[in-house]
Write a protein that binds this ligand. Structure first.
Ligand code: HEC
Length: 407
């Protein structure tokens, strides 16, 4: 009860600040060298604007001063707590092509601005908030795929996963070298993962469900792309995913509302843009590594020995237990350690595929070592998984055999 009262008071103060902010900011002592118009806007646009934009998936836009300043305290907390932005890979521990963490100097600027009176800056330098465009980020795709009709997320549904089966018929075998996503409803499309299904499992699940698409029962393939707003799509040259003639593409869409969009109806018709080639490329292979069920003290550690030389391309960890840190290293046969990925405060809500900025060649006999450090007394949580398996920590590796991808 005590806590409840505290929350109500805290909230009332918050609202007071929000209402008064516009008129009192002129009296707040300004102790920040950085202003919104000159310094913060470009950071918010680059690091947060994929989601915190008018009509975006986040509860508020940060792309105008009037919308951003009521949130200064909360921005400070989220950024310091490493919860925002949701990209987690630690700088200097592996390099990635599809995203990066908030750089330290930008975090410092955000913190100084938010605690230093959050000045707006010269009015003649007021930036214009961009409107999201429906452009393919990788250029015109070879094949565009869209569900036949819009899917409705009704007012009473706050969060739901839906799979859509998208048949392909391109007249022969192809390789997929890139996947682009244009969300239909930016406000609720939180996350999209894309699969190639040659088993017919998705069609069977689709037939069994009366509505458009289906809700569950697909685990026969691993994702070939994982997208969320603002993440860069990756275009490959010499490697690709095999798309046999007539295979189905499956799009798994996570719809999630925020407290702003709760209670509203939405319809969505998300578009996929596939880049295909007939040229000879190296096949990307998937392997899933699984942790033991029980931790050893606060650690869940496991490793996998490669029985052939591989060029490692991507890493997609899934963690179903509260962890403070996840670390992945390659250990070469001579004992040399190669940093691959380190994540602090992994967030179950934003599964991320980390695409290396170049293939990492690991000779046969190398080990992939994974260590998750758990929160004391960590509980298992159930998160809908992007790939099959039931261990508390899983890692999907994407690679090609040999060094072919390194060329
Ligand atoms: C990939 C999308 C995405 C990006 C990028 C992102 N956010 Fe968020 N943010 C969200 C969503 C969605 C929420 C609402 C909480 C939830 O549902 O997870 C949120 C919540 C927040 C909140 C808390 C709002 C509340 O309701 O209390 C703050 C503050 C915030 N974000 C700041 C930032 C800042 C600052 C950045 C950039 C440095 C950023 N976010 C980048 C999606 C994003």
């Amino acid at each position: 009860m005590q806590r409840h009262t505290g929350w109500v008071i805290g909230c009332a103060i918050g609202v007071g600040v929000m209402l008064l902010g516009g008129t009192t900011s002129g009296h707040t002592a300004i102790a920040s060298r950085f202003t919104y118009n000159e310094h913060l806007f470009p950071i918010f646009q680059r690091q947060c604007g994929g989601c915190h934009v008018e009509g975006g998936v986040a509860p508020m836009s940060l792309l105008t001063y009037d919308e951003a300043f009521p949130w200064t305290q909360s921005i400070r907390e989220e950024v310091l707590g490493l919860r925002m932005p949701p990209w987690k890979a630690e700088d200097g521990f592996g390099d990635f092509a599809n995203g990066h963490i908030l750089p330290a100097h930008e975090m410092d600027m955000i913190l100084e601005w938010s605690s230093g009176g959050y000045p707006q800056g010269p009015l003649d330098q007021t930036p214009t908030a961009p409107t999201p465009t429906d452009d393919w980020t990788l250029g015109t795709p070879t094949l565009e795929l869209t569900p036949p009709e819009p899917f409705t997320i009704d007012a009473s549904t706050n969060e739901t996963v839906r799979y859509f089966v998208l048949p392909t018929d391109v007249g022969g075998d192809r390789w997929v070298t890139g996947v682009d996503v244009i969300p239909g409803s930016r406000a609720v499309v939180r996350h999209v993962s894309v699969y190639i299904d040659t088993s017919g499992q998705a069609r069977t699940a689709d037939d069994a469900d009366a509505g458009l698409g289906f809700a569950s029962g697909f685990d026969s393939a691993q994702p070939i792309a994982v997208w969320w707003p603002g993440q860069s799509a990756v275009k490959l040259d010499t490697v690709g995913y095999a798309l046999p003639d007539g295979a189905d593409i499956v799009a798994r869409v996570l719809y999630k509302k925020t407290w702003i969009t709760e209670g509203q109806d939405f319809t969505d018709q998300t578009r996929l843009g596939l880049h295909l080639t007939e040229d000879d490329v190296s096949a990307i292979t998937h392997t899933v590594l699984s942790s033991p069920d029980e931790p050893n003290g606060r650690q869940l550690a496991f490793s996998h020995t490669l029985d052939q030389e591989v060029s490692l391309l991507g890493l997609l960890p899934e963690i179903e237990i509260e962890a403070v840190k996840l670390q992945i290293e390659g250990v070469l046969p001579d004992g040399t350690r190669q940093p691959l990925l380190q994540i602090h405060e992994p967030d179950l809500g934003w599964p991320t595929r980390y695409w290396l900025d170049g293939p990492r060649v690991l000779p046969s006999g190398s080990q992939i070592e994974v260590t998750a450090t758990l929160r004391p007394g960590a509980d298992r949580e159930t998160v809908p998984s992007l790939f099959a398996g039931s261990a508390p920590v899983r890692l999907l590796l994407e690679y090609t055999a040999g060094t072919s991808a390194a060329n």
